[in-house]
Write a protein that binds this ligand. Structure first.
Ligand code: CO
Length: 151
């Protein structure tokens, strides 16, 4: 495994759309393992492949309850509303208030290509939305209000 460099706001790659993963091979597994190692090192909640310069639909999330890997994720259900503070490893030191659905169900594939569905509420629902936005070149600062600098 290896730590990957995280691209920062202003890098054009962060504004591009990621392509679907079609081959579920060792190379994908290495990418996922590296992303998780990088996420843990940075104490983040989620990381999307474009943030390390790979324009593929790959996400890792850990809200404190273990690793979730999402390949080619799609939101299939979104219910309710939550408003809360959000940050991003690509935009260090900036925080803002973002409104998201309260409960989100995603359909995705695992590292072997098997499809599954997963429902998250609160922080996990927020993480699903934030990371899937990354796959579409969208950053939280695009919709955040009350942007401020912090730790
Ligand atoms: Co982010």
């Amino acid at each position: 495994m290896a730590i990957r460099e995280i691209l920062k706001e202003g890098d054009v790659t962060l504004r591009k759309k990621s392509r679907k993963v079609e081959v579920f091979d060792k190379r994908l597994h290495t990418l996922l393992d590296d992303m998780y190692e990088t996420l843990k090192l940075k104490n983040g909640v989620g990381l999307a492949a474009p943030q390390i310069g790979v324009l593929r639909q790959v996400i890792v999330i850990d809200t404190g309850e273990g690793l979730i890997e999402l390949i080619n994720p799609e939101i299939i259900r979104a219910v309710g509303v939550q408003t809360g503070t959000e940050g991003c490893l690509s935009i260090p030191g900036k925080w803002g208030t973002v409104t998201r659905p309260k409960k989100v169900t995603v359909k995705a594939q695992d590292r072997y290509g098997a499809f599954f569905e997963l429902t998250g509420v609160d922080l996990l629902a927020r993480a699903f939305c934030h990371e899937i936005d990354h796959l579409n070149g969208i950053l939280f600062i695009d919709t955040a209000v009350n942007l401020e600098a912090g730790q």
